[in-house]
Design a binder for this molecule. Structure first.
Ligand SMILES: Nc1nc2c(ncn2[C@@H]2O[C@H](COP(=O)(O)OP(=O)(O)O)[C@@H](O)[C@H]2O)c(=O)[nH]1
Ligand SMILES: [Mg+2]
Length: 347
């Protein structure tokens, strides 16, 4: 299968297909597994592309890479803007690289229609990590991926794993659906909170707390060190009141300072310990399997809709049904049934 020219010879090619039409998937996958960044970047371009041929290429590539995925700690970090997510990833990421890890950072922005701004902001906040050759920082795909952000990010994560990254950190940029998006991708979910806020726990929704695997109160430095300890105690107390995410596993609550670099070793040790517990209990395998099936469902729905859209008759019918549903003369259920019957008549 690995016929002909190696992609390493095609200097300067940054396109998905390379210089000569159909990409050589086997060679491309091998390049990625060797850790070639340009090949990984090309893969991500294909994964994030909206073009059908790019997506088919990306799908074939992912199939080739799949046996070499699964080897990372997939850590999601959420928390309100300004809480210190990027700062913590910068310091923690550098520490991990110093300890011999290879770290990829992906950004997820479910509210995403914005472009460059957030990316630039974040690059400057990870000023140390961007300089490390062992790190790979990938900003959130910009626009045009409505409903598909988590789906694509999961594929990007798999490509990173195949490229040898053993820690993948997913930073959420949006608020609201961010937690759900991260839950569809990551093994573990670190909730970062700021000191203070008192009884209402900073308005963090109960549901978010229930999803967290580890809670860390950041900015525990200077005058905020005391309030941070109080906030941590409040969270420990509050977590006793909510249903535990995993039976028999208590959600740890720590304090840290991303700025001073304090508490980050403990934080990482806690993450690794939690990952080990989930793995030992069989939760990790089940979680990843569920995530894969959930992506299958999303891809299936997406492809079906796209396929229907290629038929002029079905598209016309769809528009008619849309109008009927909108004006209230037709129920959504009966309109959907008519569309499906038109596409696949009952035998
Ligand atoms: N005092 C203090 N400030 C911090 C700490 N971590 C982050 N910050 C500051 O909080 C602001 C927002 O940080 P950033 O990492 O961009 O937050 P993000 O929006 O959650 O990614 C920046 O001005 C940081 O310097 C910390 O541990 N202590
Ligand atoms: Mg940030």
């Amino acid at each position: 299968m690995t016929a002909g020219a190696s992609p390493s010879g095609s200097a300067g090619s940054t396109t998905v297909a390379g210089s000569s039409g159909e990409p050589d998937i086997t060679a491309w996958a091998a390049q990625i597994r060797r850790g070639d960044r340009r090949s990984l970047a090309r893969a991500i371009t294909a994964i994030e592309s909206t073009r059908a041929d790019h997506r088919r290429t990306a799908a074939a590539l992912l199939d080739a890479l799949l046996p070499h995925t699964g080897g990372s700690v997939r850590l999601g970090i959420t928390g309100t803007p300004g809480v210190g997510k990027s700062t913590i990833i910068d310091t923690l990421g550098c520490n991990l690289i110093d300890a011999g890890h290879r770290v990829a950072v992906l950004a997820v922005d479910p509210s995403s229609n914005r472009t460059g701004g957030s990316i630039l902001g974040d690059k400057t906040r990870m000023a140390s990590l961007v300089l490390r050759p062992e790190a790979f920082i990938r900003p959130s795909p910009s626009g045009g991926l409505t409903g598909g952000v988590a789906r694509r990010t999961r594929d990007v994560l798999l490509a990173c794993e195949a490229a040898g990254f053993d820690v993948v950190i997913v930073e959420t940029m949006g608020v609201g659906q961010a937690e759900t998006a991260v839950a569809e991708i990551c093994d573990l979910f670190l909730l970062l909170v700021a000191p203070g806020g008192g009884d209402d726990l900073q308005g963090i929704k109960r549901g978010v707390m229930e999803l967290a695997d580890v809670v860390a109160v950041n900015k525990a430095d200077g005058p905020l060190a005391g309030p941070a300890r109080h906030t941590a105690a409040d969270y420990r107390h509050a977590l006793h009141m909510v249903r535990p995410k995993w039976a028999g596993i208590t959600t740890p609550v720590l304090t840290c300072s991303a700025l001073a670099g304090e508490g980050l070793d403990e934080l990482w040790a806690t993450v690794v310990d939690m990952h080990g517990q989930l793995s030992a209990a069989g939760h990790l395998v089940a979680l990843r399997a569920d995530q894969a099936v959930s992506q299958l469902n999303a891809e299936f729905g997406h492809l079906l809709t796209e396929r229907l859209g290629r038929s002029p008759e079905l598209t016309a019918l769809r528009h008619r049904l849309d109008a009927d549903v909108r004006s209230g003369v037709r129920s959504p259920a009966s309109a959907a049934a008519e569309l499906v019957d038109a596409a696949w008549p009952e035998p």
